[in-house]
Design a protein around this ligand. Sequence first.
Ligand code: IPE
Ligand code: IPE
Ligand code: MG
Length: 239
Amino acid sequence: MPDSISNIPTHVAIIMDGNGRWAKARGLPRIMGHKKGAEALRSALDACMKAGSRYLTIYAFSSENWKRPIVEISDLMELLRTFLDKEIAALHRGGIQLKVIGDLSKLAPDIRAQIEGAEALTKDNKKFNLIVALSYGARQEIIQAMRKVAELSASGRIAPDTIDESFISSLLYTHAIPDPDLLIRTAGEQRLSNFLLWQSAYTELYFTSVLWPDFTPKHLQEAIAEYSNRERRYGTRSE
Ligand code: IPE
Ligand code: IPE
Ligand code: MG
C-alpha cells in the first residue's frame, strides 16, 4: 500500500461472487471457478495483511447456497476440506487466527472436526483474523440470538432494558469482532445476499464488476483507496 493512504479499514468483508460465471465464460465446469476463487482468496488475504487491516471476513457459502445442486455442494465441500488441510499450517505460521461463523450443524462431521482443530490451533494468534462465513445467513444468525434472548428472558435472567445494541451484538456469531468497515462484493451484483445484516449498519459498500477469480491485490488496493476517501458520518452533519 502506498504511504499516502492513511485511512485503512480495520475490518474488510468480501462477498466473493462470480466463480460460476468465470468458469462458464471459459467453457469450464463451475468447480474450476471455485478452485480459482480459492487462489484469489489467498492473495486477497495476503494483500489485506500488507495493507494494514486486521480482520478479513469472507462469505464462502451462504445458508441459501444449500439450495444448489448436490454435485456443486459436494464439490465445494471437497474444496473446503482441501483448503483446510493444505492452508491451516501456513495460516498458523503467518500468525493468523481462523474463526468460522455460520450454522455448522449442517456440515459433515469430518469438516466440523477440521474446523474445530483449525480454530483451536490458531486461537492465540494475534497478527490477523480470518473469519470464514460458512453455511452463514444473517437472518438465521439473528434468529438464534433472539432465541437466546427469549430463553434468558423466560427464565428471568434478563430484564427488557438489558437488551441494547451491545447485548444483541454479544449474541451474534461475530461477538468480539468489530463491525466491518469496508464490504466488497465482486461480479456486479449490488446486494448483500443475507451477509452481516446487523454488523454492516454503517459499513462502506464497494461493488465491482470483476469476477472473484479475477480479483487481484490491485483490485483490493483500489477498493481500500476508495474507502480511504469516503467520509463516514454515522448520522452526524457533513463537514
Ligand atoms: C460465488 O460464486 C461462490 C459461492 C456462492 C459458493 P458463484 O458460484 O455464486 O458464481 P456465480 O454468481 O454463479 O457466477
Ligand atoms: C452470495 O453469493 C454468497 C457467497 C458469495 C458465498 P450468491 O451467488 O449465492 O448470491 P445471490 O444468489 O446472487 O444473491
Ligand atoms: Mg453468485
